[in-house]
Design a protein around this ligand. Sequence first.
Ligand SMILES: Nc1ncnc2c1ncn2[C@@H]1O[C@H](COP(=O)(O)OP(=O)(O)O)[C@@H](O)[C@H]1O
Ligand SMILES: [Mg+2]
Length: 258
Amino acid sequence: MPVWSYILAVSDSQCKAAVSPYICENMPDSIITATGIHKTYDTGTIKVNALRGVDLTVERGEMVAIMGPSGCGKTTMLNCLSGLDEVDSGQVVIDGVVLHDLPDDERSDYRARRMGFVFQLYNLLPVLSAVENVELPLLVSGTKPAESRKRSMDLLELVGLSDRAQHLPGELSGGQRQRVTIARALVNQPSIVWADEPTGDLDSETASDIMDLMCQLNAENGQSFVLVTHSDDVGRRAHRIVRMRDGEIVDNGNGESP
Ligand SMILES: Nc1ncnc2c1ncn2[C@@H]1O[C@H](COP(=O)(O)OP(=O)(O)O)[C@@H](O)[C@H]1O
Ligand SMILES: [Mg+2]
């Protein structure tokens, strides 16, 4: 077993101990079980019902594509299901833990250990090199610098960028930057990777390369991927396409009505 799997196994068991009071009684087998999620944005003058009773189940190792017109609630759903944002009602269970029951700091910790994000909101920091960007989540979660550097280099190698480790993001192509972002999302060996339009800014050939990489990681590591995309080509490569409209799931891709 590689050293970093061991370290993660240890930190994983510590994490389990911390979250044990929040473990769902009838623990579902699925990695994500969301039921009846409602989310309204209240800007003071206007209320937007961004999610209107969303139910979604994702199995371990599954790659799910979320598709739907702009403004239908895709980003809101990722934010709510990953615990980045509060929900008005409903329940999200991630790997047996009722996410929104966790106090804020424990929820952040759980997210840092279990989830990886490929979001535009979390762009690479321009003043840090590729390897420094990748190791940031490890340093934040208290991994020793030498170990963080080693694991980050392993991840850069995995995404084919060992020779660009010292480059700043501005010295990389769009596709290379997205590879660094994926390496950063995976450095904590998360069980779920959330990606919001990960190929949105890339030309079709680079988008296809990035999708090859995510499919390879999904197949080799068994991590679950939930990715939002506008691209039919990207959607087709996922195991399942979930379609949204006006804050609801109109097709869960399982061949049954949601
Ligand atoms: N912070 C916010 N405040 C108010 N309304 C928002 C906010 N974020 C999103 N919305 C609204 O919620 C709806 C869903 O948005 P979003 O989840 O970003 O859609 P998508 O990702 O599918 O394009 C839209 O009508 C959007 O205008
Ligand atoms: Mg969006």
